[in-house]
Write a protein that binds this ligand. Structure first.
Ligand code: DAH
Length: 342
């Protein structure tokens, strides 16, 4: 009986696969599943089987019916899709268009990694305004009145005047938030300030007029240069791995004394020298230094009691290195072909 059932299954499937029109499908459905179908006949014969065999054969018949019904259903949907009114060739069984879901921009994602590292070291994340007065952007940070950075070459000036009576600027750095944050805080503080900054630059693969920085400020009693170097070494290793080395070079910033730049060993050539690091083996990563006593005073902090360190990190180039991006302008292009790669 089993062989007979398998035979029925095979001939039904063969016939149904070849069906090319609705009428034949209707007839074959009747032939294989209807009341007078061969399967129905076999069902009647089950009575004569032994008690052990009855459930087995019953199950086989049900399986075969299910297989045949599945093919009939599939064929029926195919035919109705083909003949949907006014939509020749339109297959309504095809899946619909998936709505595009966005995701976080690579710069934001990279900033979040950086924030995570500092938050675990006890830092508080704060933000400040992008349109800034010259007092905050320059004067309170100990920039001399004739410092070339105020020049229209580097700074975007706005028509609107600030409280200081001077035209406001698009902030050229996140450093002004050091002062703003300390207006409502007292030491000890550990602050991290991510944000967008603006400079009147000629753009190329490595320069944009808009880019991101992340500022750090730590003030407490007894803070020393070694705290600064140790913190930034740990940060860079947590971000890029234990094998990365740092190098400290003297530099000048008006708001720190002493000031230094921190480089990290080039990830592409492991310090051996390549075009990315201009054959030096090092990549300029951070500006930093011990907060200048004048700046502490402008924050209302007594430099005889407290000391602190600050640093400024350019986000874009590090993000490019982290994800392997070769043109800074791609970040701000809004081009989905770029964004969708992340
Ligand atoms: N503001 C500096 C710049 O944009 C970067 C910087 C250097 C920030 C040293 C700091 C610092 O806080 O201590 O070039």
């Amino acid at each position: 009986m089993k062989a007979k059932l398998e035979q029925i299954r095979k001939s039904a499937i063969d016939a149904l696969e070849r069906v090319a029109d609705r009428d034949t499908l209707f007839n074959l459905e009747k032939k294989f599943l209807g009341r007078k179908a061969e399967l129905a006949q076999v069902m009647k014969d089950i009575k004569s089987l032994s008690d052990a065999e009855k459930p087995l054969v019953g199950k086989l018949i049900n399986d075969i019916k299910r297989d045949i019904s599945a093919i009939v259903e599939k064929k029926r949907t195919d035919f109705s899709a083909q003949s949907a009114p006014g939509r020749s060739g339109w297959d309504k069984t095809l899946p619909g268009l998936k709505p595009a879901l966005g995701h976080i921009h690579p710069i934001t994602r990279f900033l979040e990694k950086i924030e995570d590292i500092f938050v675990r070291m006890g830092y508080e994340v704060v933000e400040g305004p992008e349109a800034e007065t010259q007092a905050y952007n320059f004067d309170l940070l100990n920039f001399p009145k004739d410092h070339p950075a105020r020049d229209v070459q580097d700074t975007f000036f706005l028509d609107q005047k600030g409280d200081d009576g001077l035209p406001m600027v698009l902030r050229t750095q996140t450093s002004p938030v050091q002062i703003r944050a300390m207006e409502i805080r007292k030491p000890p503080v550990r602050l991290l300030v991510p944000g967008r900054v603006f400079r009147n630059e000629a753009t190329d693969a490595g320069h944009e007029t808009t880019f991101y920085q992340c500022e750090g400020l730590v003030i407490d009693q007894g803070i020393r240069v070694t705290d600064l170097i140790g913190t930034l070494d740990l940060f860079i290793k947590r971000l890029f791995g234990q094998d990365v080395k740092i190098r400290v070079r003297p530099h000048f910033y008006p708001f720190t004394e002493p000031s230094m730049d921190i480089d990290m060993s080039c990830l592409l050539c492991q310090g051996g020298g390549c075009p990315f690091c201009k054959k030096s083996g090092w990549i300029e990563t951070l500006g930093s230094g011990m907060v200048h006593p004048n700046v502490l005073k402008n924050m209302g902090v007594d430099p005889k009691v407290y000391s602190g360190f600050a640093f400024g990190l350019g986000i874009d180039r590090l993000m490019m290195l982290y994800y392997g991006v070769n043109d800074i302008r791609l970040s701000y292009s809004g081009d989905l072909r770029f964004i969708e790669q992340f």
